[in-house]
Ligand binder design. Structure first.
Ligand code: URA
Length: 229
């Protein structure tokens, strides 16, 4: 594929802007400036450097963000900045969207992609992708609360009970909860339904992915789409 076209597919702007980046000597490959927008490259495994930033070619973008508190997952946030503001321009330009939303005050693992089919696959209720939440509660967690979360609780929008796929008390006021659906405010509503209250909420895992220890809040990294088979 031609270099300007590659940059275009990666979200670096219009074809004209992409050709301009190349003309201006702002694109490198293997340390060498490439100043011909028409230069041909094999995209498989290609790593470019654009304006000093390393950029691996990705046919579809899939990234993992350590979501900080105080950000909304929506593209059009109402009260807080969008998580999109934490991503570089080319990813925003590609129209990445969150794969299932986290509340503004929830922290932790958030996946974003421009692959609509992947969003559908990972958020479909039929797929039962496990998500692990570390919950800090207002009151001490009782064995009865843990049992009820595992047995299933009825929420106000559906008569069918929702149950945790796994649930354990962590310390006096913590719960580690694994859910396979993604209903609105599900953790907060389930915990409220057993008589406790969520004070802090952090997602530590999504399917096969766990939040890396060395990824600080607000930082992101690429994920191999093959992680999801
Ligand atoms: N459940 C909630 O209540 N909030 C989240 O952000 C995620 C799951």
């Amino acid at each position: 594929m031609k270099l300007a076209q590659i940059l275009f597919t990666q979200g670096f702007g219009t074809r004209r802007v992409c050709a301009g980046l190349v003309d201006a000597g702002l694109v490198r490959c293997k340390g060498e400036v490439v100043d011909d927008p028409q230069a041909e490259f094999e995209t498989d495994g290609l790593v470019l450097e654009v304006e000093g930033r390393e950029w691996p070619y990705q046919a579809r973008a899939l990234v993992l963000l350590h979501k900080p508190s105080g950000y909304e997952c929506s593209q059009k946030p109402r009260h807080h900045p969008s998580v999109m503001t934490l991503l570089p321009g080319p990813l925003r330009q590609r129209g990445v969207q969150a794969i299932g939303r986290l509340d503004e005050d929830t922290t932790g693992l958030l996946l974003l992609t421009d692959d609509g089919a992947l969003i559908h696959r990972l958020t479909s209720p039929k797929k039962h992708v496990p998500k692990v939440y570390e919950v800090g509660c207002k009151h001490a967690v009782t064995a009865d609360q843990v049992e009820r979360l595992l047995a299933g609780v009825v929420l106000d929008d559906d008569p069918a009970p929702v149950r945790a796929a796994a649930c354990e008390a962590v310390g006096e006021r913590g719960i580690r909860l694994t859910l396979t659906e993604g209903k609105y405010h599900q953790v907060k509503r389930m915990v409220a339904a057993v008589g406790n209250r969520v004070e802090t909420l952090h997602r530590s895992a999504f399917g096969p992915l766990t939040l890396p220890d060395d990824l600080a809040p607000g930082q992101w990294r690429w994920v191999d789409p093959l992680s999801f088979g």
